[in-house]
Structure formats: structure tokens, C-alpha cells
Ligand binder design. Structure first.
Ligand code: ATP
Length: 292
């Protein structure tokens, strides 16, 4: 659905995005993460045709976005990082106004707005948008993004500045949209959310793509897995001690098997066996602080 080939964007001397090649497949949720200034928003704006690349090729739904971007814009819903509302309009007026811009007939628009606001759990339809909380405002902008029922959603930090519950509601809402067949490309700083909803994750560092893969593959290639066995033995042993128990840690599954055998042979008591895998956050911090 989206294909970037060797895309670079320079703002005067600043390299915002460098030699970026990336694809987003039909029906997937792809997350772009990276430090402030890594080039995420620039990449998203280039995909939308709002910013022209300095070099490279961008295709969306098979169309070249530089030469033919206008023809696919109606299939795309874009939520910018900051999206002010017309504060003297009510929620309904505001959405009806945008529905008219999209060319939706009035009756269809009213029905669509009802469905969207219901699904977003936003009953404050007759209040002025200027009176709404940040979370309610974000829901209105999300509804606006969905008015024309786009196939592709490009969302720049959809849950930035929202409280944990609203944030999680929106993340789950994106999952629901994916089930409806939408393709979603989003940027976010909350790595837990990215890990939770994304099929694939792209990590940008200083404008360059350092990783783009499925979460399981990222974990396998860059992460760390640690097994931990806690056991009790009434004799002095050379293992780490913790609250009267012994602890054995390893990243090798064969060593765990051996340890379990040893515990059984000596009639020691197994208290707990657990596995801890690197979270995206651990991998991200390691990548961002590495000298590459
Ligand atoms: P953040 O997480 O802070 O939103 P980002 O990853 O989205 O950051 P971008 O906004 O794409 O990063 O910025 C990438 C680089 O390009 C930065 O160095 C930024 O200063 C520069 N940049 C972005 N937009 C412009 C512009 N319009 N003119 C000049 N430089 C720009």
C-alpha cells in the first residue's frame, strides 16, 4: 500500500530523512518510532505528499505521490501531530463542515458522524469544541480523519498528551479500525502502545532507518531473553540468594533443562520458573544509545 524507495529529505543543511526504504502492507498497523527530530513527521508528511522528497520515490496505492498524489488523497485519513479545532463550532457543526468539504451528502454525513462519535464514546456533540478536554478534542480530530472512510490512516502521535485511559482507548480503537480493514501507519513515543498494537515497527535514528521488522523478529535479533529458576534447598550452595531461596538465571534454554534436572535429583523444591523478554523499550534504548 505504501512503498518508499531511497527517500531523502533535506531542509537546507539539515538531513531530516536519509535514504529511507520502507513498505507498509495492506491491512497492517505499522509503527514508526524514534527520538525527537528523528524524522518521523517528515517521513509521514512525504508519504502524504505534503512535503516533497529531495530524492527517492514514494508510492501510495500504486501512485507516485510527487507526480500523482492528488488522485489518492481521498483514500487517506491524516491526523497531524497538532490539529487545532475551530473552537466556536460545536462538535457536530465542526464535523458537518468537514463532511461537506469531503463532499458527503448532509444526511449521510449526519449518520456517519453519529456512528463515529458513538464508537469513539463522545457524547458531547452539541458542546463548543473550545470547551472540550484534550482527550475529547483528540477524539473529534480522529472522527474528522475517518469521515470519508479512508482505506489508509496516517496518524502522527495520535495519543500524545492524553491520560493513560484515554490513550489506551484510542490505541484499542485503532485495533478495531484495523479489524475493519484499515491500513494504519502511526508514529508514537509510547513504546508499550506500539508494541501492543503494531504488526511491524520501524525505528528511525537521525533520519535513518535502523530496524524495520515484526516485533517477534526484532526481539529475536536484538532482544534478550532470560530464564529464572527460584528454588529452595536446605544446604549451602553457591547460587545467588533471594529471600531464603536460591536463584539461577540464564539465557540458554538447555541450561534451564539441566537445572531443573539437578533440582529434581537433589530433591530441592522448585519455587518459581519465569521468562523475561526484552520489551521494545529495552531494545530501543540500547539502539539509541549505541554508537551507530
Ligand atoms: P518529534 O518526535 O519531535 O515530533 P520527528 O521525529 O517527527 O520529531 P521531524 O519533525 O521530522 O522529527 O524533524 C526531523 C528534522 O527535520 C529535525 O532536525 C527538524 O528540525 C527538521 N525539520 C522538520 N521540519 C522542518 C522544516 N519545515 N524546516 C526545517 N527543518 C525542519
Amino acid at each position: 500500500m505504501i512503498a518508499l524507495k531511497n527517500v531523502t529529505k533535506l531542509y537546507q543543511q539539515v538531513v531530516a530523512v536519509e535514504d529511507l526504504s520502507l513498505t507498509v502492507e495492506d491491512g497492517e498497523i505499522m509503527g514508526i518510532i524514534g527520538h525527537n527530530g528523528a524524522g518521523k513527521s517528515t517521513a509521514l508528511k512525504m508519504i502524504l505528499g505534503l512535503v516533497a522528497p529531495t530524492a527517492g520515490e514514494i508510492r501510495v496505492l500504486g501512485r507516485d505521490m510527487v507526480r500523482d498524489g492528488a488522485s489518492v488523497k481521498r483514500f487517506i485519513g491524516y491526523l497531524p501531530e497538532e490539529s487545532p479545532l475551530y473552537e466556536t463550532m460545536t462538535v457536530t457543526e465542526y464535523l458537518m463542515f468537514f463532511a461537506a468539504l469531503y463532499g458527503l451528502p448532509k444526511r449521510d454525513a449526519a449518520a456517519r458522524i453519529d456512528v463515529l462519535l458513538d464508537s469513539l464514546k463522545l457524547p458531547e456533540r452539541e458542546r463548543f469544541t473550545g470547551e472540550l478536554s484534550k482527550g475529547m478534542k483528540r477524539k473529534v480530530t480522529i472522527a474528522r480523519t475517518l469521515l470519508h472512510d479512508p482505506r489508509l490512516l496516517i496518524l502522527d502521535e495520535p495519543n500524545s498528551g492524553l491520560d493513560p485511559l484515554t490513550s489506551f482507548f484510542i490505541i484499542n480503537y485503532l485495533k478495531h479500525l484495523r479489524h475493519q480493514g484499515k491500513t494504519i501507519l502511526l508514529s508514537a513515543h509510547n513504546l508499550f502502545h506500539i508494541e501492543y498494537i503494531c504488526d511491524r515497527v520501524a525505528i528511525l535514528k537521525n533520519g535513518r532507518l535502523v530496524v524495520c521488522d515484526r516485533m517477534e523478529s526484532i526481539r529475536e535479533s536484538l532482544g534478550h531473553r532470560e530464564f529464572q529458576v527460584i528454588f529452595r534447598a536446605y544446604e549451602d550452595l553457591a547460587y545467588e540468594q533471594q529471600e531464603g531461596n536460591y536463584v539461577f538465571r540464564t539465557s540458554e534454554i538447555t541450561k534451564i533443562a539441566q537445572m531443573l534436572e539437578t533440582i529434581s535429583e537433589h530433591d530441592w523444591a522448585l519455587v518459581n520458573l519465569s521468562v523475561r523478554e526484552s520489551a521494545l523499550e529495552d531494545i530501543y534504548v540500547a539502539l539509541m544509545t549505541a554508537d551507530v
